[in-house]
Design a protein around this ligand. Structure first.
Ligand code: KG4
Ligand code: ZN
Length: 337
């Protein structure tokens, strides 16, 4: 099968349109990224310290035609075989903006519109990683999705068969980074800011590592965030870089320990790391180092494809097309992987 996919992502605060050429079978799919356009809304939401859903929707509605015009002018005449659009999970008003745009465009171009799952997009983004392309034999694999809304560990037998091993019981790890950033008075989005100042600090504070010793694959990050809050309340003069470094280390330790345990239990050959927090260099390094020790490889896409983007939506839609799986074109906040 060969498909030129026009993909649309509007689940949160990035408006993205991508053009991806997908070929190959479910055993070895291949992707050529023709274009990846992203309009970031960081500046719009920054004064509010987080994403405002209705503002996000307004911006998506404004940005989508601009990005599409740019794409269709560059690749004239633009003739994709299908449109893939994120249906969930995400902010419903934001998702609707993308879905409505996709439907109108589908009618205009007379091509099918397929819904895609945002988390599957993240999960399958490892298919874009150079180390995967060089050696496309990752299975069995442990998938670790770490984003602003999810922290999920999965076992993948192949691209069609997977099982959820565990997930967070409260905050997602990205959310914990964002909340700690707010506690430390760093701007939104907090994750990259925490990472930036953590580099200047020392791991000097012993924050808790929630659920690290529990023999399951669930996570909890809300208590860790609260410990940071109390620590700063009790030590107002403390060095913020040290707090950031110590928090980051605690979060990474939990993620790494549980992922390594899953690799051992299931004899996995690789870890598929994805989601916005996958952009964190310290996390990538720690997972890579520990996986190597037990004979597994870390597969993670380039930084541009960790945070939200439409390329991964094209990838996810193609995998579902190959697997004959369909998502309804209804915006949903809670679509699981
Ligand atoms: O996948 P994503 O772009 O959106 C969701 O699907 O949620 O992930 C965004 C999350 C945010 O919480 C952001 O702070 C976090 O990923 N993030 C990071 C880094 N870059 C983004 N967290 C830690 N270190 C980073 N470098
Ligand atoms: Zn995401």
């Amino acid at each position: 099968m060969k498909k030129l996919i026009l993909a649309i992502e509007t689940s949160c605060d990035e408006t993205s349109i991508a053009l991806v050429e997908a070929t190959g079978t479910i055993k070895e799919p291949k992707f050529k990224i023709v274009e990846n356009l992203v309009a970031s809304q960081i500046k719009i939401h920054r004064p509010f310290g987080g994403v405002v859903p209705n503002l996000a929707k307004r911006e998506h509605i404004k940005n989508l035609p601009i990005l599409y015009k740019k794409l269709s002018a560059k690749y004239y005449p633009l003739k994709p075989d299908l449109i893939a659009v994120t249906a969930g999970p995400g902010l419903e008003p934001a998702l609707w903006a993308g879905i409505e745009f996709a439907k109108i465009l589908g009618k205009e171009l007379k091509i099918p519109v397929l819904g895609a799952n945002h988390l599957e997009g993240h999960l399958y983004s490892f298919l874009l990683a150079k180390s995967y392309i060089l050696n496309p034999k990752p299975f069995p694999a442990i998938g670790l999705i770490v984003s602003g809304g999810h922290t999920t560990l999965l076992l993948l037998k192949d691209l069609k068969t997977r099982k959820k091993l565990g997930e967070t019981r409260d905050d997602a790890v990205g959310e914990a980074f964002d909340k700690v950033a707010r506690i430390l008075e760093l701007p939104y989005p907090g994750g990259p800011e925490v990472e930036k100042i953590a580099k200047k600090g020392k791991v000097s504070i012993e924050f808790p590592r929630p659920m690290i010793h529990q023999k399951n694959y669930d996570f909890s990050f809300s208590g860790l965030k609260t410990s940071v809050l109390y620590y700063l309340r009790d030590n107002p003069e403390a060095n913020k870089a040290n707090i950031a470094a110590s928090f980051q280390k605690a979060a990474i330790d939990v993620l790494t320990t549980k992922t390594m345990r899953a690799i051992k239990e299931y004899g996995a050959k690789s870890v598929l790391l994805s989601g916005g927090v996958a952009a964190n260099k310290a996390l990538r390094k720690e997972l890579e180092k520990n996986a190597k020790k037990i004979g597994a490889k870390l597969l993670v896409a380039d930084f541009a494809y960790n945070t939200d983007n439409a390329v991964m939506i094209a990838v996810g839609a193609y995998i579902n097309l190959l697997g004959k799986k369909k998502y309804p074109l209804i915006a949903k906040g809670d679509m699981n992987v």
